[in-house]
Write a protein that binds this ligand. Structure first.
Ligand code: 3PG
Length: 207
């Protein structure tokens, strides 16, 4: 699956932070039950790598990827754990090369036109606009569509259920990213039904 196909698999890519390994599989199942199959598990906690492996092994309906990749060595590690794609908050030459070497579909983070040009030079035409709201949100995406009509974006950072529909209506937005589907209190309390409900609302953003 290439990164554009992954972006089209669901309107919202949840940005997931797993604190307890035992939460990984029920959380993934709850999101999938609501219609959200593409999951970005961020490398922000000690159990993240094991969480990716657990989801890849036990939730075959999920398309599990890894987020917050910031060093080149991580690509081979997450690929071995079962990640199907990677997301980075920004892009360096080293990250681009390592993703290619690992054969890992990558959604690189960009925030400026110069960064879009650099990502295009590395062969990426789908990018995460991060942090999206802080970068200008809807108006920034409209403006980037002028010089870069063929770049597909996944705005992430400050996106909400309320702001997502307008973003998704733009021709250069393939999906949006956000953490609102996985509120900390619901995960900590094991409120999987509540998370399925949030996922279902998000999945319905694109009929
Ligand atoms: C992140 O990397 O944490 C994402 O940008 C999520 O941002 P959000 O919490 O504003 O959705």
């Amino acid at each position: 699956m290439n990164i554009r196909d992954i972006m089209r698999s669901a309107p919202v890519m949840p940005v997931i932070v797993i604190e307890r390994l035992d939460d990984a599989v029920p959380l993934a199942r709850a999101l999938v039950a609501g219609g959200i199959r593409v999951l970005e598990v961020t490398l922000r906690t000690a159990v993240a790598m094991d969480a990716i492996k657990a989801i890849a092994d036990s939730v075959p309906e999920a398309i599990v990827g890894v987020g917050t990749v910031t060093s080149p060595e991580q690509f081979a590690q997450v690929k071995a754990a079962g990640a199907k794609f990677a997301v980075t908050p920004g892009l360096t030459d080293e990250l681009a090369e390592a993703a290619k070497l690992a054969g890992m579909p990558l959604l690189p983070g960009v925030m400026t036109p110069s960064e879009v040009i650099a990502a295009l030079r590395h062969g990426f035409d789908a990018m995460k606009l991060f942090p999206a709201e802080q970068a200008g949100g809807l108006n920034m995406l409209k403006a980037l569509g002028g010089p870069f009509p063929n770049v597909l974006f996944c705005p992430t950072g400050g996106v909400t259920l309320d702001s997502a529909p307008k973003l998704l209506a733009l021709p250069n937005v393939g999906c949006v990213g956000g953490s609102w589907l996985v509120p900390k209190d619901k995960v900590a309390g094991g409120d999987w039904a509540g998370i399925t409900q949030l996922a279902a609302e998000a999945a319905a953003l694109r009929p």
